[in-house]
Design a binder for this molecule. Sequence first.
Ligand SMILES: Nc1ncnc2c1ncn2[C@@H]1O[C@H](COP(=O)(O)OP(=O)(O)OP(=O)(O)O)[C@@H](O)[C@H]1O
Ligand SMILES: [Mg+2]
Length: 198
Amino acid sequence: MGEAQTAVEKENLRRYILRLRDRQSIGEVEQKSQDTTDQVLHLHEYVRARGIACYVNKDTEVDTRVLIRTALDQGKRVLVPVVKKGDVELFFSEIKDLGKELAPGTFGILEPKQEFVRPVSLDEVDVIFVPGIVWDREGYRLGWGRGYFDRAIKKLPPHVRSAGLAFNLQLITRVPRDQFDVPVDMVVTESRVIRCHK
Ligand SMILES: Nc1ncnc2c1ncn2[C@@H]1O[C@H](COP(=O)(O)OP(=O)(O)OP(=O)(O)O)[C@@H](O)[C@H]1O
Ligand SMILES: [Mg+2]
């Protein structure tokens, strides 16, 4: 299948799953996010981690705020992704206080305000938590279609494990794949941890 055709398929899937994800009540999103967070807090990759990188949720994504707060309380370093307007690459910035350091950034996603930007290399973390719209059990994903996380995952230092956070309803049998798509090591949902064998 050509890239153009894959792109159409990807777009249809994004739209379909987003509709399902957005149809959940706020209470459902909260409960499932809490359950997903509980799974993460028990992962040995997380427990052992001295630092994590984690997206800050927007809309009906799995809520990561409890995870970020807990990691900070446990003395782990926490980096969040930042997109600079016009850049095709993300960079990562360390946060120390979830409550006061963030404001809506380029895509309306919460990012460190200018005075709190502290760029840190992903070498300093052991796990990265990745957002997505559609996932499969082999760790392939669809995001917003800009390729930011594809590029970031591709360049991860070898010791860094990658984990997607998703609701079960975001899992499908097989996500369409392009050459540049890179799968994550595991997908964590409200009911399970799926390890992806590559
Ligand atoms: N490693 C890469 N180098 C250059 N371009 C890339 C790379 N990875 C992805 N892209 C570009 O990003 C675009 C979007 O890719 P894709 O449709 O897979 O998005 P996505 O995975 O849903 O997005 P995101 O990673 O932002 O969540 C593609 O058109 C592709 O050209
Ligand atoms: Mg992709």
